[in-house]
Design a protein around this ligand. Structure first.
Ligand SMILES: Nc1cc(N)c2c(=O)[nH][nH]c(=O)c2c1
Length: 375
């Protein structure tokens, strides 16, 4: 089998061990570490494919659970797959749906065969299994698809976590067997285990033995303190093959992206930039700005004086505050554009710092300016 996904390691930062790489996919090759904007329902909310391209987005995410419910994976398949359906000719990754089942649905029941739960939109009874999750993703046609896993809540007991990771490993094997398009879509395994090093080791050992083309670190960014996330990454990423891509799911904020890259992560995704953008909060090089605040009513400067994005080159804080206060759609387009651009450009700066072996210095400078070091 020729996997369609290949990771090329370019160099390792001498200061931190962070990796500069290239992720090769059937829809292009993209430098890592990378941030992947999330397009839950086949759109990165309010942004066009052209805008995403001009800011440098390479791989974007869509959610299997949501697309299964609306419009249905059969309709997307009839359209020629997600790339054709959403007019995006670069990389696409779909998650397996497991996370949404656990985070969105009530009355769920986890069995060996799969998960029984309720449709969060209309309450209908639904069932998702490893085989069904892969069938849906095969139909959607993303370049990278994810194994069906359980993402236990934080915190979880050692006993619960142990039986959960063992079932997730059995589910991963079933996903590999059910995969009908291994030469076109790379299936990634998801390492679980919570904050327990022994269980992370067991999960990684099980999944690496199945030889996936890439691996995700799951079960993080689920409410744990950042110190716990960083500690788990410190003992988990070294367990994963150096020649395969490593994807930290659901992360994240600027500090977590930098700290994740330092700990050997290559790929990140998070709804944060568009989600907080819709609430009128923006990330800037001097920290977060809540644009609705009255202090910006007569502030005719850009959102971020150090940003060269479309929003910052053409509009002021006063104008954007006015649009957000009046619920004008153009307002959340401008904030969303800036936030996605900010994280994509942050990863460009991270890659340049790796090239120059100074990512630790960059972290210090960025944290100081952004205000992460403030007590
Ligand atoms: N923070 C997270 C976000 C996610 N989309 C996922 C996921 O899809 N699967 N498994 C996970 O553990 C997980 C964690």
């Amino acid at each position: 089998m020729t996997t369609p996904i290949r990771f090329e390691l370019i160099k390792t930062c001498r200061q931190t061990g962070a990796r500069l790489g290239i992720l090769h996919t059937p829809h292009g090759s993209f430098e890592t570490p990378m941030f992947m904007p999330v397009g839950t329902l086949a759109t990165v909310k309010t942004l066009s494919p052209e805008e995403l391209k001009e800011m440098g987005a390479g791989v974007i995410l869509s959610n299997t659970y949501h697309l299964w419910l609306r419009p249905g994976h059969d309709i997307v398949a009839e359209a020629g797959g997600l790339h054709a359906f959403m007019n995006w000719d670069r990389g696409i990754l779909t998650d397996s749906g497991g996370f949404q089942v656990f985070s969105l649905s009530e009355f769920r029941r986890i069995e060996e065969e799969g998960v029984y739960f309720r449709n969060h939109l209309n309450g209908d009874k639904l069932f998702l299994s490893p085989e069904k999750a892969v069938e849906i993703q095969n139909a959607l046609g993303a370049d990278i698809i994810m194994a069906f896993d359980e993402c236990p809540p934080y915190p979880a007991t050692y006993e619960y976590m142990k039986q959960s990771i063992e079932r997730t490993s059995r589910w991963a094997e079933r996903c590999l067997k059910a995969h009908r398009r291994p030469n076109e879509q790379g299936l990634f395994g998801i390492v679980q285990g919570g904050e327990y090093e022994e269980l992370r080791r067991q999960s990684a050992r099980d999944l690496v033995s199945l030889d996936f083309p890439g691996y995700a670190v799951g079960g993080l960014s689920v409410g744990e303190p950042k110190e716990v996330m960083n500690r788990v990454l410190e003992f988990t990423t070294p367990l994963l093959p150096a020649d395969k891509p490593r994807y930290l799911m659901g992360v994240g904020s600027p500090d977590s992206l930098i700290d994740g890259a330092i700990r050997g992560i290559d790929m990140f995704d998070c709804v944060l930039p568009t989600r907080i953008g819709r609430n009128g909060t923006v990330m800037t090089s001097e920290g977060r700005v809540v644009i609705k605040n009255a202090q910006y009513a007569r502030d005719f400067s850009p959102l971020d004086p150090h940003c060269d994005c479309y929003t910052c080159r053409n509009y002021t804080r006063a104008y954007i505050r006015h649009l957000i206060k009046c619920d004008e759609t153009f307002g959340i387009r401008l904030t969303s554009y800036h936030n996605v651009y900010f994280l994509i450009k942050l990863m460009e700066q991270v890659r340049q710092a790796i090239r120059e072996d100074r990512l630790a210095d960059f972290r210090e400078e960025f944290f100081e300016r952004y205000g992460f070091n403030k007590p």
